[in-house]
Design a binder for this molecule. Structure first.
Ligand SMILES: [Mg+2]
Length: 268
């Protein structure tokens, strides 16, 4: 299914308080990479020219990864929602709010799912396997068939292999079948080499609880198709618009379009 066929949230913009909410990987930065100077300058200009508009980020990764990727611009962000907002930081990178998956699932449930994942990966035949197949985070359990210790080169090879053999998709389906209803959990393919499992509702929509007083919430993300980690938030009713971007350059184009639209509305 192409992104064009998906119906993303698209309500009319209103006069008032606006939030531009950005996914990180593939939207503000290349996957896992640091934000470019070009994007820093762009966002800085957006904030400088529109002091009434707030900027914020929401990503699935942990704080240290987010800090590495976008730490150079977070001082102009209202909030930095890491792990989908389950760990959220203010513009000084002080903790603003945090929760833990252990408060929602029992140890027995957690181990049942981890054991299933380990067994599944153990039986999997793929060209490359490294280490760190499962990562336990505050908000998610992350499963990676190749292992998060893989090199950049290994990662690229896996991406090509996965495109043909749908390793992640098949693995995810098995989890869905076994655990989605049983423990009320969701599995979402976010990055290139792994998927995340978390209590249902703890996807990117989780962060919206911190932005209740905005008249417009515009979300920008690159994984807006079903099964992607931007799908739920980009199609939910609590935002004004969900906008699909094809690249970081496309993010700039689409932000400028929104700014133009907002300008027209404010002038009327
Ligand atoms: Mg992304």
């Amino acid at each position: 299914m192409s992104s064009k066929e998906i119906k993303l949230t698209n309500k009319d913009l209103k006069k008032g308080k606006t939030l531009l909410l950005f996914d990180i990987d593939g939207t503000l930065t290349k996957p896992r990479e640091e934000i470019s100077k070009d994007m820093i300058d762009f966002l800085t200009d957006v904030k400088k020219n529109n002091p009434n508009i707030d900027l914020a980020s929401v990503g699935g990764a942990e704080f240290l990864q987010a800090k590495y990727q976008i730490g150079k611009v977070t001082s102009i962000f209202k909030l930095i929602c890491t792990e989908n907002g389950v760990s959220t930081y203010d513009s000084n990178l002080n903790i603003y709010d945090s929760k833990n998956i252990k408060d929602y699932l029992t140890e027995e449930q957690i181990q049942e799912m981890i054991n299933f994942g380990l067994n599944y990966i153990a039986d999997l035949k793929i060209p490359i396997k490294r280490g760190s197949f499962i990562q336990f985070r505050a908000s998610t359990i992350n499963f990676s068939p190749i292992g998060r210790d893989c090199s950049h080169e290994d990662r690229e090879k896996f991406v090509i292999f996965n495109k043909e053999h749908h390793i992640l998709e098949k693995f995810k389906e098995e989890f869905d079948k076994r655990f989605e209803k049983k423990y009320n959990v969701s599995v979402v393919i976010g990055g290139q080499i792994s998927f995340d499992l978390f209590p249902t509702g703890w996807d990117k929509r989780y962060c919206l609880r911190f932005f209740k007083d905005y008249d417009n919430i515009i979300f920008f993300g690159d994984k807006t198709i079903p099964g992607g980690n931007d799908y739920q938030i980009a199609t939910c009713d609590d935002i004004t618009k969900g906008i699909h971007v094809n690249s970081t350059d496309d993010t700039k184009v689409k932000v400028n379009q929104i700014l133009q639209e907002l300008k027209k509305i404010e002038e009327n």
